[in-house]
Ligand binder design. Structure first.
Ligand code: NDP
Length: 315
């Protein structure tokens, strides 16, 4: 990193700063890293910013900013800024991000096979109702929407655990042991065979509300949904209708249109829904600091920068 380079960290508020500072100290001791609210920082010195949900207009305050580093794999929260400077944006993808997502989706898929939402509901009502599921992982087909950094890893983990796995992405892929489908033409077939549907698409205008009433209607009766992509992918009313009509057997939802999910929202108390608070895969600060330091070093040396958001593609 050049002597004059300064990385500003705007993730997790003031309370998180000491941990970020320690993580960067361990990852890259020479890096000049400052907190977003440090009054001693001259905005003109800031060259890199690591951000989660920057206030609209905040990033435009730094005239010499070169690179925006997202603290997450998705960047939709950054793109929402109408005054966003026209700079490269780097997605935060670490080996730990994929591993954590793999753990989470495996847990969720096995939970669906063993009817975890119904078991939790019975416990809430102190009802001793043994549930004998006929399903085995090896007899269950999981469809993974999105076969990128995370989706491809997740598909492999599910396959290794014994599930039958299909994947669907914009362009068709080749992944060992996975039936890979691609593009609009394959979408109906993909849906009609997905007994457990896992969403790992990025939030883009093209993927908004992709899981609507028509999509739910194509799934096998009683299929389960695991949404770890974005809330914007799901038409929530259509989801509730599909659950109430029994078209969907259950859903595990980690992401929502509005986060935090409002206290009065029907999804909180639905007996066949498990709600988790966007925790499927947040890499540790140590892993993210290492990745950010790696990116900044590549930027400084003029090397290739991994995980760049591509404006033309939308993800
Ligand atoms: P990538 O950009 O690596 O992969 C995206 C995948 O989606 C690619 O396979 C791409 O197809 C496919 N895709 C994009 N647009 C379309 C489309 N219109 N139709 C069909 N397929 C499409 O992303 P990651 O795997 O790193 O991350 C995926 C998402 O996971 C993130 O954007 C974020 O929203 C979410 N996420 C959620 C977390 C959580 O804790 N809940 C944590 C981390 C990420 P192709 O391969 O052809 O380009």
């Amino acid at each position: 990193m050049e002597q004059e380079d300064v990385l500003l960290v705007q993730v997790g508020g003031a309370a998180a700063w000491p941990e970020w500072q320690a993580a960067f100290q361990a990852a890259a001791p020479g890096l000049r890293v400052r907190a977003f609210d440090d009054p001693a920082v001259d905005p003109a010195t800031v060259t890199h910013a690591l951000v989660w949900q920057p206030e609209p207009g905040w990033l435009a305050r730094f005239p010499h900013l070169r690179l925006i580093l997202s603290a997450a794999a998705g960047v939709d929260h950054i793109l929402a800024d109408p005054q966003l400077p026209a700079l490269p944006i780097v997605r935060m993808v670490t080996p730990e991000t994929a591993e954590r997502m793999g753990d989470f989706v495996l847990f969720a898929a096995l939970g669906m096979v063993r009817e975890l939402p119904a078991l939790i509901d019975s416990q809430r009502e102190r009802r001793w109702s043994p549930r004998l599921t006929g399903r085995l992982a090896s007899q269950t087909t999981v469809g993974v929407m999105g076969l990128g950094q995370l989706g491809a890893h997740v598909a492999g983990r599910l396959r290794a655990a014994g599930f039958q796995v299909m994947g669907w992405s914009r362009s068709a892929k080749q992944l060992p042991g996975i039936e890979c489908l691609g593009g609009q033409a394959d979408w109906p077939d993909f849906l009609s065979r997905s007994e457990i549907l896992v969403n790992l698409l990025p939030g883009t205008p093209e993927t908004a509300a992709i899981l609507d009433a028509a999509a739910f209607a194509r799934l096998p009766a009683g299929a389960c949904l695991i949404n770890v992509g974005r809330g914007s992918h799901v038409d929530e009313q259509a989801l509730l209708d599909a659950l109430d009509q029994g078209r969907l057997g259950a859903a595990l939802l980690d992401v929502f249109d509005l986060e935090p999910l409002p206290a009065g929202h029907a999804l909180w108390s639905h007996p066949r829904v498990i709600v988790t608070p966007h925790i499927a895969s947040t890499a540790s600060r140590a892993a993210r600091a290492r990745q950010a330091a790696h990116t900044i070093a590549a930027d400084r040396s003029g090397g290739a920068i991994d995980h760049l958001y591509l404006h033309a593609r939308g993800y």
